[in-house]
Design a protein around this ligand. Structure first.
Ligand code: ACM
Length: 470
């Protein structure tokens, strides 16, 4: 995939090379550079017949300016408009989450999504690398994670409704994984577009694929489980042996080494406690750790993972369930269960990312389900994304300061390939990006009008999207 800037024929010779714009006449005089006069988050871009200049207060702001320039050029039809822009984002975290566990997505397709993100000045890709249905990251010393844990023999067809007897399966083996080198390449591809990749290792639940690869990581090693072939929440969570904690240390340390981002997401969502309740080893551990409730075992995992990451100079991010048991003060809470969680997390002093499922889960239908491809459920229309309430009604200024930003989610149970993912992501991501950036609010009608003019840019990138309603 060529760089985005090269996708459209330019009226003049403008070439992207090694992090610099190179121009030939009449673009002499183009300058790109950091400026100590600008605040760290701000960039200033001016394009005139004499040339173009981009300056910014930091590398991140420079990337924002570059992406704005790419956006202008990508939309240019025979000429580039003269503009002067000075801008800075409202939110530091303008994220998109991508689940590559439920369905594996080849690296080139993630790159296309990164191009689409950059075009909208989104700056964080949260990569959900592990779950019950597939382990996707190479971990040295644990070859079975990808030899076994990355593959399922078949996948449920349709929704997991009715009784088990009525379920049908596709009979198709599905899987794949990324080598550490491939992921480092992806990190660099993203970095050049101003995007940080934050990996997620979901623990201590959503671990069935790892337990399938190494039964000793589970609570009942004698019961062999396979990689999960249906959706929903698995009961097979991590066990509590020293070996499990050694495993987590190895995984988190290696993952921290692959991804230079200062954060690693440690999951923490939807962890059933049934196995721990039935396990004599878990009971013994509770005594040893002085715990009274089984659910507090999760707090031990949160604390342990955070400590390992702190040794690597990184902070843990976790889904908001971690608020229910012990967690370190510097944990970043990713809130998916609605505005009440944002209120609670910020009232307790935690930095928070708004990823609320009612509006920002882009695996939900975007229109009447009768007219749409099968999706997981729920509904969040383009208008909902542009206009819906994301924050709790009442928040103090201190609480608002703790909101790092917003994130859109792409869970892939029902999104088997790149085309399906793009269709669900766009154009909702265009509306989301404006809110994440903090663009001046406009009416829904005005937004739609601008969006119509913007869609040819998605065409230029070869990105699929749901057509607008007439
Ligand atoms: C989640 O949707 N389980 C974070």
């Amino acid at each position: 995939m060529p760089d985005p800037i090269a996708l459209v024929p330019l009226p003049r010779s403008v070439v992207w090379s090694e992090g610099m714009w190179e121009t030939t006449d009449p673009w002499e005089g183009l300058s790109v550079g950091l400026s100590e006069d600008l605040p760290a988050t701000e960039y200033a871009l001016s394009i005139s017949p004499q040339g173009a200049a981009l300056s910014a207060g930091s590398e991140a702001a420079l990337a924002d300016g570059r992406n704005t320039f790419a956006q202008i050029v990508t939309g240019a039809d025979g000429s580039i408009p003269c503009v002067t822009i000075a801008d800075s984002p409202k939110h530091a975290w303008r994220g998109m989450h991508l689940d590559v566990s439920r369905h594996f997505l080849p690296v080139e397709e993630i790159e296309t999504l990164l191009d689409g993100m950059a075009l909208h000045r989104l700056n964080v890709l949260h990569l959900h690398l592990t779950d019950d249905q597939g382990w996707r990251v190479e971990i040295k010393g644990y070859p079975r994670l990808t030899e076994v844990g990355a593959w399922r023999e078949q996948t449920l067809v349709g929704h997991m409704s009715g009784d088990e007897e009525s379920w049908t399966f596709d009979g198709v083996r599905h899987g794949g994984s990324y080598s550490q080198e491939e992921l480092k390449g992806l990190v660099e591809y993203a970095r050049r577009r101003g995007i940080m990749i934050v990996p997620e290792i979901d623990l201590p639940g959503h671990m069935q694929a790892a337990v399938a690869a190494y039964p000793e990581l589970g609570n009942f090693p004698e019961q062999q489980v396979g990689v999960r072939e249906v959706w929903g929440i698995s009961d097979h969570v991590l066990g509590v042996s020293d070996q499990v904690f050694d495993f987590l240390r190895d995984v988190l340390t290696q993952v921290a080494g692959i991804f230079p981002a200062p954060y690693v997401h440690i999951g923490g969502d939807e962890c059933p406690t049934g196995e721990w309740e039935r396990s004599s080893q878990a009971r013994a551990r509770m005594n040893e750790w002085g715990l009274t409730r089984v659910s507090e075992i999760q707090g031990r995992f949160t604390t342990f993972a955070s400590e390992v990451l702190a040794e690597q100079g990184k902070r843990a991010i976790a889904w908001d369930e971690v608020l229910e048991t012990h967690l370190p003060d510097d944990t970043v809470i990713m809130n998916w269960r609605g505005p009440a969680g944002v209120a609670e997390a910020t009232a307790r002093g935690f930095q928070t990312i708004v990823a609320t499922s009612d509006l920002l889960y882009f695996d939900h239908y975007q229109a009447d389900p009768a007219d749409e491809p099968l999706a997981i459920g729920g509904k969040s229309t383009l208008e909902d994304v542009y206009t819906g309430r994301l924050l709790p009604k009442k928040m103090s200024a201190d609480q608002e300061r703790l909101v790092m930003g917003l994130q859109a989610q792409l869970w892939t149970e029902y999104l088997p390939d790149a085309g399906a993912i793009q269709y669900m992501a766009f154009p909702r991501l265009c509306a989301f990006a404006e809110r994440a950036w903090g663009s001046p609010e406009q009416s829904w009608d005005e937004f739609q009008e601008r969006l119509r003019a913007h869609l040819p840019r998605l065409d230029a990138f070869g990105i699929r999207y749901r057509p607008l309603d007439d």
